[in-house]
Design a binder for this molecule. Structure first.
Ligand code: L3W
Ligand code: SF4
Length: 438
């Protein structure tokens, strides 16, 4: 039976970005306009661009792509009167395991993103914007392109938008399906036509981004939030969430719950409350481990059920909120196997530019495969932790750092599971050699 959520859990629901998702044809321009769409843009054009940047600063909006960097501050870094073109690039390369909020947002409500792009571009004085979308997401790219075409037809894009004197061109660009192109500088390299590999930072894209010009790179959800702040104001936005992590956030919940899916809640909701909103754990399953932000954030356990899911709350338990991809595993799931699958992913997606990540993931995958095949040694745990030491802080970008999270945290919380494979108390998950060279 599905468990009824408590009043405390229900009070954390905050449907803002998702409020139109269930309206039929919400993705069409006329439906969007009927539901208040593009009224934030008209309001924004009455304001000075600097006032819009100040509004976003006042709202406390923080980047929804993983790092939680203050959005208004990022916009404020764009140099003014520098004589260079400015660009807005939307990172729609959603690829973090378990993360699925940008794709439904672009499918159900693409105009909220387009409207956010126009307002953000106007604020940073950009006349050219790009939405860089993950290569596999052909359906979402098609829908976005339709939305962009209808926005051009209606005069929301192009020359002299709504007779404001402001011009903006917007292009939807599909990547080729590489996780690393979600790293902002690899994304910019890919957009420029190069192989997508991270650049050295600093300089940051804010000063040296696309074609070495000042560029704001923001995630889809971040930009789609902007029209609501313009309409509702900074104080309204701060009525949701916590003081340092204000606003709503879409949580992608997957795994052993009754109703997995996207839940838009005030930041600061706890996992306990989120599971209640999902109707509880699946019958016969008890929570064993979970991730707050895909595989790049350390695993947590049932000890952390009441930690607030916001940027500070997660730091308090030694992790990050990341993309808010909450993956829930039960006592019927194996943390060693889950770790193997994540490292298999990182090994596959490592761009190969730097040795710690390219080689480290290769070796960690091999050692985990050996353990799961019943051929591990006790020293393997030391070797895995040693490999993580050589990756964390020594990799060129966050992908290498992120790969260490499942390994170190699973050894910290579930060392016994590793030892059970190594010491023969647990049946090997794979036949000898089955994963060799995998
Ligand atoms: C100008 C400075 N700009 C920082 C900007 C910087 C960037 C933003 C955040 O990684 C995390 C990563 C993944 N002047 C600046 C400055 N900036 N200092 O602020 O920068 P940073 O370095 O803190 O993070 P990042 O490199 O953007 C993002 C984690 O997210 N993650 C995975 C993400 C995957 C997706 C997805 O699939 N949608 O987003 C999950 O946890 O590991 O730690 O814009 O330029 N002084
Ligand atoms: Fe490439 Fe990995 Fe190095 Fe990042 S850490 S630059 S993904 S090899």
């Amino acid at each position: 039976m599905t468990q009824e959520p408590s009043r405390e859990a229900l009070a954390k629901l905050a449907p803002v970005l998702t409020k139109r998702w269930l309206s039929p044809d919400a993705w069409k321009l006329d439906t969007y306009e009927r539901l208040d769409g593009y009224s934030a843009l008209r309001k924004a054009f009455k304001a000075h661009p600097d006032d819009l940047i100040q509004l976003i600063k006042d709202s406390g909006l923080r980047g929804r792509g993983g790092a939680g960097f203050p959005t208004g501050m990022k916009w404020g870094f764009i140099p003014q009167n520098d004589g260079k073109p400015h660009y807005l690039v939307v990172n729609a390369d959603e690829g973090e395991p378990g993360t699925c909020q940008d794709l439904p947002l672009m499918m159900y409500d693409p105009h909220s993103l387009v409207e956010g792009v126009i307002i953000a571009s106007y604020a940073i004085r950009a006349n050219f914007a790009v939405i860089y979308i993950r290569g596999e997401a052909i359906h979402a790219a098609r829908r976005l392109k339709q939305a962009v075409a209808s926005a051009y037809e209606k005069g929301y894009l192009g020359q002299n938008i709504l007779k404001s004197g402001y011009d903006l061109d917007l292009v939807v660009h599909s990547g080729a399906g590489a996780y690393i192109c979600g790293e902002e500088t690899a994304l910019l390299d890919s957009l420029e036509g190069y192989r997508g590999q991270p650049r050295l930072r600093p300089p940051f894209p804010a000063t040296h981004g696309l074609y070495a010009s000042p560029t704001v790179v923001n995630n889809v959800e971040t930009i789609a939030t902007v029209p609501y702040i313009v309409l509702g104001g900074a104080s309204w936005f701060r009525t949701m969430g916590t003081e340092k992590s204000p606003g709503p956030k879409i949580f992608s919940v997957s795994g052993r719950v009754k109703q997995p899916g996207q839940y838009e809640c005030a930041l600061g909701i706890t996992l306990r409350q989120l599971i209640e909103l999902c109707g509880g754990m699946l019958d016969g399953h008890n929570l064993r481990f979970w991730t707050p932000g895909g595989s790049s954030t350390p695993l947590l356990t049932d000890e952390h059920l009441d930690a607030p899911l916001d940027f500070e709350g997660m730091m308090g338990v030694g992790t990050m909120l990341g993309t808010a991809a909450v993956q829930i595993f039960s006592d019927q799931d194996c943390p060693v196997y889950a770790t193997y699958r994540w490292i298999e992913f990182y090994h596959h997606e490592s761009c190969g530019k730097c040795t710690p990540c390219r080689e480290g993931n290769y070796w960690m995958k091999g050692i985990l495969a050996r353990i799961l095949s019943g051929e591990g040694k006790k020293e393997d745990l030391e070797t895995l932790l040693d490999a993580c030491d050589n990756l964390l802080g020594r990799s060129f970008c966050a992908l290498g750092d992120g790969a260490t999270s499942p390994v170190t945290s699973s050894i910290k919380f579930f060392e016994q599971d590793y030892l059970d494979y190594i010491e023969g108390r647990k049946e090997p998950m794979f036949a000898k050699g089955e994963l060799a060279g995998a």
